[in-house]
Design a protein. Structure first.
Length: 614
């Protein structure tokens, strides 16, 4: 027992130090970035860049965690608190997963070396095991660790929670799941089947119904309480109306798409949506039109959903299933961080872990007693896992919502569950062998297969680690270069702090179609003062927070009137055709003049909109 505690202590300390070193080294070699402008906007709301003071209504996150982060910002005004929070979520989760995986490998090796005492054996084996796991993770994970997105961070937290449940650290697991739910509720719910599957495996093996049911109840209660507090936080009439608007907007843009105007003109006429207002939906600048409210957006969402459902679920499944099978076996080296998307090497590791887990399970039974039942139980565990992952993958693919921040999260938690299944059998072998006091207690077939697996893993790592690091270097350098124009724009805005700038939504995302979008460095160059830039649409548009921002900047009117203010200007990509804005005001019986006022970084044009004299 003392040796076991010593081994666990060594493993935890070494893994903790190596995780911290890994985080620091990756940050020094590359640069931590927020992945999307969505993450930047969330940070700006929490930090006070959006409204002028830290705002607890983060919109995308649940109220309790937003409130806590915003309070931290009120204390540390010039610190990237949200960035620190996401990095802590990532690396604490990574520590939990590496600690278990490396610990299992180290225990297996130490058991084999039990008759070969030498100084520092436990430390050396723990270091080598942890180093091996970090090298493997570097074959597929570094992009997400450096290009940070809260969705994937939640995927990592849920994977770590699955490990903690396996280790029977139930309250720690429940806490991590609740924090993940507060951070990104939709992603946590998508991960929850994998988490509860680990609980189900526990029940199958130990039949401790009371304990497993109790922790399931605690988790579900924590999620319900979190949702209840969130509802209370958004209970004001203004936030309720916006929440309805936001949900409809999400359905339209993320799932069902905007129905074509000409093909669906009768519908648009029925809700009194003119062609110029439809164009605002298409270019995402609907914020300037007060008529596009929660009620109208709900009608559009319901109509677009009816079109999608009219195509038939069976047809969608039939169309998607061959693609699902292709993605399981797709080979190739990633060409960029995200697009064109590739599943390799994630799919390789998943399939390899199914093979490794199955063989270890089959080789781990040493007696003939009930061997048929035990083997079938092992196969059944894998079949349940594969069936569950298939259902989840089909769900996101049929709905057309499968960016890598979601698919890679699914891969990651699936790999984690497979590691837990394989690790459980290895730990069982060690325990059984020690109780029988055998010298060669881990059978030779297991050793031979372990060697075969190591060769396979090292082969994959040899191919993908250099490729991933090269890709990461290209991505970070590309983002740094691409962001220079946005940095010049930010400097221009600060130099003209007495003016208000309304930016075209897609211009705020990118100004050139070269594979990069606007992102922002984390932790460095922090400026949390009130920004004089407002998007003309997007997911925060029409929120009470946006109204507060305009009021705090001295523009209490709606955005339609604000555009025409003397000190208001529009920022757009140099290739953006501004006729959509003229057409909008024309259908409002107003003639406007849009003149070129300035240009920035050779990429952005500053436009001044004025009402033409009668």
């Amino acid at each position: 027992m003392e040796n076991k505690r010593k081994s666990l202590s060594y493993n935890s300390i070494i893994t903790g130090l190596m995780t911290a070193a890994y985080a620091a080294i990756m940050g020094l070699l590359y640069t931590y970035y927020y992945d999307l402008n969505d993450d930047v906007l969330m940070k700006d709301i929490l930090a006070g860049v959006f409204t002028g003071s830290p705002e607890a209504h983060n919109i995308q996150m649940l109220y309790p965690i937003s409130f806590l982060i915003s309070r931290v910002y009120s204390i540390f005004r010039n610190v990237d608190c949200y960035g620190v929070y996401l990095l802590l979520c990532q690396y604490i989760s990574l520590f939990v997963i590496v600690r278990f995986t490396a610990g299992t490998i180290a225990d297996t090796v130490l058991a084999r070396l039990k008759d070969k005492p030498f100084v520092g054996k436990e430390v050396l084996v723990s270091v080598v095991a942890a180093l091996f796991v970090f090298v493997v993770f570097t074959a597929f994970l570094p992009g997400h660790l450096l290009i940070v997105q809260y969705t994937f961070a939640v995927g990592m937290m849920c994977s770590a929670a699955a490990v903690l449940l396996f280790e029977k650290k139930d309250m720690a697991a429940a806490l991590l799941i609740i924090v993940a739910f507060l951070t990104r509720s939709e992603m946590t719910l998508l991960m929850l089947p994998f988490i509860f599957l680990v609980l189900f495996y526990r029940l199958m093996d130990e039949r401790n119904i009371k304990k497993d049911l109790s922790i399931a109840v605690v988790i579900l209660a924590g999620l319900l309480i979190s949702e209840g507090i969130n509802s209370a936080g958004y209970s004001s009439p203004e936030w309720k109306e916006f929440t309805s608007f936001f949900d409809s907007r999400t359905d339209i843009y993320d799932f069902y798409q905007i129905p074509d105007y000409e093909d669906n003109k009768d519908f648009y006429d029925s809700i009194d949506l003119k062609r110029s207002e439809y164009e605002l939906l298409v270019n995402y600048n609907f914020g300037i039109d007060e008529a596009i409210d929660a009620e109208k957006m709900a009608k559009i969402a319901a109509y677009s959903k009816s079109i999608w459902e009219g195509e038939g679920l069976i047809k969608g499944i039939t169309k998607t299933f061959p693609l699902y099978l292709y993605r399981l076996r797709q080979a190739g080296s990633p060409q960029s961080f995200e697009y064109p998307m590739t599943d390799a090497p994630w799919n390789f590791f998943v399939m390899l872990m199914y093979l490794i887990t199955l063989v270890i399970m089959l080789l781990s039974y040493r007696s003939e007693e009930n061997i048929g039942r035990r083997i079938w139980l092992s196969v059944w565990k894998l079949l349940i896992l594969f069936a569950g992952r298939t259902l989840l993958w089909m769900y996101i693919m049929v709905r057309g919502r499968d960016p890598i921040r979601i698919t890679h999260s699914l891969y990651f938690i699936e790999i984690t569950v497979l590691v837990l299944l394989a690790g459980e059998r290895l730990l069982f072998l060690i325990k059984e062998a020690k109780s029988e006091q055998e010298d060669d207690y881990i059978q030779m077939p297991v050793h031979m297969f372990a060697g075969f697996c190591l060769i396979l893993v090292f082969t994959i790592c040899a191919i993908y680690v250099p490729a991933q690091l090269k890709l990461l270097r290209t991505e970070c350098d590309g983002r740094a270069q691409y962001n220079k124009a946005y940095e010049e724009l930010d400097k221009y805005l600060k130099e003209n702090s007495d003016k208000l700038f309304l930016i075209d939504v897609y211009t705020s995302v990118s100004y050139e179609d070269n594979g990069y979008t606007y992102s922002q460095k984390m932790l460095t160059g922090v400026d949390n003062s009130l920004s004089n830039l407002v998007m003309m649409g997007g997911w925060a548009s029409k929120s009470p927070a946006e109204r507060d921002k305009l009021n705090n900047l001295g523009y209490p009117e709606g955005m339609e009137e604000t555009v025409l203010s003397d000190t208001a200007y529009i920022v757009a990509d140099k290739d953006t055709d501004m006729e959509w804005l003229k057409n909008y005001y024309k259908e409002k019986d107003m003639d406007v003049e849009i003149r070129h006022a300035d240009d920035v970084a050779g990429e952005f044009i500053i436009w001044k909109v004025t009402e033409s004299a009668s």
